[in-house]
Design a protein around this ligand. Sequence first.
Ligand code: C2G
Length: 433
Amino acid sequence: MKKVITYGTFDLFHKGHYNIIKRAKALGDYLIVGVTSESFDIERGKLNVRDSLIKRIENVRRTGLADEIIIEEYQGQKVSDIIKYDIDVLVVGSDWRGKFDYLKNYCDVVYLERTKNISSTKLRSEGIIFNMGIVTDDIQDNGFVQESKYVSGVHVERVFSETEEVARDFCDKYELDSWWNDYEEFLSDVDIVYIKCRQKDREEYIRKAIEKGKYVISDSPAVLSPDKLRTLFQMARDNHVVLIERLTLVYLRAFNQLVWLVHSNLVGDLVSVKCAISQDDFEGGKPFNETVIHAICVVVKLLGKDCLEVNTNAVTDRNGDFVYDMITMKYKTALATIEIGTTVDVEDELVIIGSNGRVTVPNDWWNTGYFEANIAGKEFLKRYSFNFEGNGFRYLLQELMIMIRDKRTECTRLFYDESVKLMEILETINQKG
Ligand code: C2G
């Protein structure tokens, strides 16, 4: 007897789930379906799961295709199940291609093509699941497609690019439903748009998407002028949608907890915020503006919008190209310094110094689940650690889902006026630099 096993969360059960179970069943004589437990989904960073475990099991049972249903409760259980149930084939969707190859030592691993465009169901019209599209001019997705798989209820189905070839290649690479060269047509069947094209084109795409009533996520900075940003935010308000900038940091549990603790006097009165970042370490190398905006964001979240003065000092090489930058932001009772290594390597770190101690976020502080506090008089470092998976994008998507559900018109993690302030500071830096 040939035994097959497949796994999933099976939240908001849809035809993609049905198809894979059906096709898995056809590969053998006996099918076991593993349904993830709530705690396992939390552990692996799957967010926004709506249905209870019981409901998800019931939906699998009702297909009439599973001979046995088990619960997947921990990392590493697949190996144990394969041995325990004497499994011949493990089946999983092609969106996981390569990820389960390590199981090939134990049984056959078959990746079945994922079902595209599952969003035409009743759940979409009820505002429970959402179609997403991406606007790009290269083949990189900034982790958007993979990260979205960890947020139940959102599906990336469409890609738009001005260059037909890029759109087509992107669609193939990430196994999306369709590619588009006409922006209006692309917009016609998406609810959420992620705009990651080059800076100068972003404004136009954002504006058109908002006008059509779409929620928009844009790489940051969305535009390079505070006035233009204000106008876009007002348009979003008028059209009852949200415009979010991809500053993933503000959606991370660790960063929010850090801000709350620091504002609750953890290290006394704030005296200094120092953050350093090597441009090469930031998402594999991003332009100056995209890098520095994250550092400005940290400072504004910690010290507020009332910055009195911004100064910059840059080192250039013999050709006049930037090598290193030091930006200082003066506040009434505190000072912030931002160190940017453009071509030199600076040690990535965020340090917050207060009258009574110090908080440190080591390494890639813009993408973290960890920080530590050194409090005066305390013998030991206090370490704070939070569940953190992926590149942070999923936490932004999770927050967006909450905003849509609550019909909020503004993000409370980064208010529109805070975003505009970041832009004002960036503008000053660029003028002085
Ligand atoms: N699937 C699919 N087509 C879709 C959506 C999902 O074929 N449009 C497949 C997935 O590839 C997976 C199964 O349906 O094989 C269940 O999907 P999810 O419930 O989203 O579960 P997932 O997070 O993919 O977990 O240990 C769990 C497994 O790793 C799969």
